[in-house]
Design a protein around this ligand. Structure first.
Ligand SMILES: *[C@@H]1O[C@H](CO)[C@@H](O)[C@H](O)[C@H]1NC(C)=O
Ligand SMILES: *[C@@H]1O[C@H](CO)[C@@H](O)[C@H](O)[C@H]1NC(C)=O
Ligand SMILES: *[C@@H]1O[C@H](CO)[C@@H](O)[C@H](O)[C@H]1NC(C)=O
Ligand SMILES: *[C@@H]1O[C@H](CO)[C@@H](O)[C@H](O)[C@H]1NC(C)=O
Ligand SMILES: *[C@@H]1O[C@H](CO)[C@@H](O)[C@H](O)[C@H]1NC(C)=O
Length: 637
């Protein structure tokens, strides 16, 4: 059924099409399907954001019509509720174990009904879409809720809201309410929707610990801005802020038997670092990737501090060390290192094992009291030379690092096996980050480096007396601009004071003791948020931990994460949301897409197509031809 493709929106360029998993042309929105109200309401309580998107649509036709709801939500968020209301009847999405939902899905497919609420992963957002048939002259309300804990990066929290209703809307509102228990130290509103003509539609009111940002563009404003068209707004609103931190020992809050501790001391001396960069220069890095890597490395070298030590390794099937030991970041050494970086040429295969082990060896042979060591691997492919068994490489690397310093893995592009890099990073107290192949890849690399550029504490252990079910309490390094958040349950009901302790390199560095009465008095708003925050953080961390485990331990952690996901109705990688629709329409299922299972490239697009049930009625695939050749399923270009 290709009837929609003749109605492809003219401004829908090939580029934006290529970014969605299926070349999905939204059906043209005649005014007979009228989105008369579109609201986004986000409430942030001490960094925990709950966002509700409500879209109200009327079918003005005298015949029934399929009505679509398509929104983008932050990748880091968990969907926690979805509801459709048609003719005063509500249809709630139900969160189930993934396999169980899948079974239901298979049954639906075998009955000739289709499922598939396709979500694809973008850089920061993922899609949620569904549709329902609405009778003549009837209305439908879609309501989607998602939870997200804002992460502090480079001294800032960022709340990202995407709005793209696909037509001008008479009643369009975005409201963001922020309640913090400390003063808000600065705030800014950015993103494509805050530019030019649209700033007039933004109102900000701010008192000490509260902030309300509203964005109410008129129908006219929705069509007249730069990023707008006759199809209305399309863009992001980004609320950026930070809070004061009067107490170096951090900020404590509690309610309903749960507590949360935000710890981000600022006024401490930086620790000199020992950093080794292990850079893939295999043939696949050819061209722009290699160029951007050189650019980023030159800038990063320029940002090293005089008391930092550093090493450089480039590798293909051979390992090239710039210098066999760590050298101080003196002017002369940096000059020589930059000359080395300028000369990096791509060639050959990828020996990740030998390269990373060499990096570990260089760091280990240069122990330095009171410094922080960091190993950074940048690669764009699978291991193809030397040891190529991924499990053996992971075991080798883990055995060599022995938990002494973090390994960060940067996966460049989509040919990398992200699961492999992620596991290796998580096993060694680091994280894996995707570098998107784009014109700003050098800035992404620098951006990642600046997050870990200023270590302030190493071997941090957080202790709580009278509390249990804690989220992660030990952290190998704490960087300037980031934040450590620990949540848990208060297990001892007869506590009079709640005590926290932060131990750094085996010495108690920060202590705090707050009377339970004061602690409970703080948070009057949104009583439940601490418990939800605890659940959200627990699930995130359990899912990361699960990656590094095997056998029974893995199953136990998975089970725990699943139980929490089900209890708090989070759509995670272990659960799915089943949306049952009015009689006669197919059941749909929303999954959480996983980073690393990206389906951006043309190769994987073909894989994606293979998943479409043959009886599918609701997924439309085809060519959106706007006169350009590279648009569609034609081939690798
Ligand atoms: C937004 O959500 C908050 C919390 O649920 C609620 O108190 C408030 O009334 C909502 N605002 C709007 C405009 O719907
Ligand atoms: C629907 O409206 C059209 C014109 O507006 C009319 O020709 C048609 O008969 C109507 N159909 C029904 C079922 O009322
Ligand atoms: C940490 O970052 C803040 C700005 O966010 C800056 O003022 C401070 O100097 C930094 N501390 C160190 C040790 O670099
Ligand atoms: C609970 O706290 C009280 C008061 O601090 C203390 O006396 C008691 O030993 C604690 N109970 C447990 C089980 O730790
Ligand atoms: C830890 O404390 C002990 C005794 O108070 C002191 O001798 C030692 O130098 C401290 N270590 C660090 C790393 O601060």
């Amino acid at each position: 059924k290709y009837e929609h493709w003749t109605k492809c929106l003219p401004q829908q360029s090939c580029k934006s099409l290529a970014n969605s998993i299926f070349l999905f042309c939204p059906p043209s929105q005649e005014q007979d399907v009228d989105i008369y109200s579109f609201h986004i309401n986000s409430t942030v309580t001490s960094r925990y954001a709950i966002t509700v998107i409500t879209s109200r649509v009327a079918n003005r036709l005298n015949s029934s019509k399929e009505v679509h709801f398509h929104v983008k939500i932050p990748k880091n968020a968990f969907i926690s509720k979805f509801r459709m209301t048609i003719e005063a009847k509500t249809y709630d999405g139900v969160v189930k174990q993934k396999e169980e939902a899948q079974q239901q899905y298979n049954q639906a497919v075998s009955r000739g009904e289709s499922a598939g609420m396709v979500s694809s992963v973008g850089r920061t957002l993922e899609d949620f879409k569904t549709s329902v048939t609405v009778a003549a002259f009837s209305k439908v309300t879609f309501e989607l809720t998602y939870d997200e804990l804002l992460k502090r990066r480079l001294g800032k929290y960022k709340l990202l809201i995407n709005a793209q209703p696909m037509q001008p809307v008479a009643d369009f509102k975005i409201d963001v309410y922020i309640h913090e228990s400390s003063s808000i130290s600065f705030m800014d509103v950015a993103g494509g929707l805050s530019t030019d003509e649209l700033t007039k539609a933004i109102t900000i009111s701010q008192s000490d610990q509260k902030m309300w940002v509203s964005f109410y563009p008129t129908r006219e404003q929705q069509t007249k801005c730069k990023s707008c068209s006759k199809n209305g707004l399309n863009g992001d609103l980004l609320i950026i802020y930070d809070v004061e931190r009067p107490k170096p020992s951090g900020e404590l809050q509690a309610s309903n038997g749960y507590f949360v501790h935000y710890f981000a001391p600022m006024n401490i001396q930086r620790i000199p670092k020992n950093v080794v960069f292990v850079i893939d220069r295999s043939g696949s890095m050819h061209g722009r990737k290699m160029h951007q890597t050189r650019l980023a490395m030159l800038k990063i070298l320029g940002d090293l501090n005089g008391d930092d030590y550093f090493g450089l390794i480039t590798f293909d099937s051979f390992i090239d060390v710039w210098k066999p030991e760590l050298l101080q970041a003196t002017e002369m050494n940096l000059k020589a290192a930059k000359a080395f970086v300028r000369e990096i040429q791509d060639q050959g295969y990828t020996d990740i094992n030998a390269a990373v082990l060499k990096g570990v060896e260089i760091i280990n042979s240069h122990p330095r009291e009171g410094s922080a060591s960091i190993l950074i691997l940048l690669t764009d492919g699978d291991p193809t030379a030397g040891e190529i068994n991924k499990e053996i490489i992971q075991a080798n690397v883990k055995g060599a690092i022995k938990g002494k310093f973090p390994l960060y893995c940067l996966g460049f592009g989509f040919d990398v096996n992200f699961d492999f890099l992620e596991k290796m990073a998580l096993e060694n107290n680091g994280v894996a980050r995707r570098i998107y192949e784009d014109s700003d890849a050098d800035l992404q690399l620098q951006g990642f480096y600046s997050e870990v550029a200023t270590p302030l504490l190493t071997d941090v252990q957080m202790n709580y007396i009278g509390a249990g079910n804690l989220t992660q309490t030990s952290f190998s390094q704490y960087y300037n601009g980031s934040e450590i958040i620990v949540a848990g349950q208060i297990t001892n009901n007869s506590l009079e004071t709640f005590q926290t302790e932060v131990i750094k390199s085996h010495n108690v560095t920060y202590q705090d003791s707050v009377s339970m009465k004061d602690l409970m008095g703080i948070s009057s708003q949104n009583e439940n948020f601490i418990q939800r925050l605890w659940a959200y953080l627990s699930v995130k961390q359990l899912l990361e931990k699960e990656v590094t485990l095997k056998g029974e331990e893995k199953e136990a952690v998975k089970k725990e994460a699943l139980a929490l996901s089900l209890k708090y109705k989070f759509v995670t990688t272990l659960t799915s949301m089943v949306v049952t629709k009015p009689q006669g329409e197919e059941t749909q299922i929303a999954h959480k897409p996983k980073e690393g299972k990206q389906q951006h490239t043309h190769h994987s697009l073909q894989h994606a197509l293979a998943y479409i049930p043959p009886q599918s009625k609701s997924i439309k695939i085809g060519l959106c031809s706007n006169g350009r050749r590279s648009c569609g399923l034609m081939g690798p270009d």
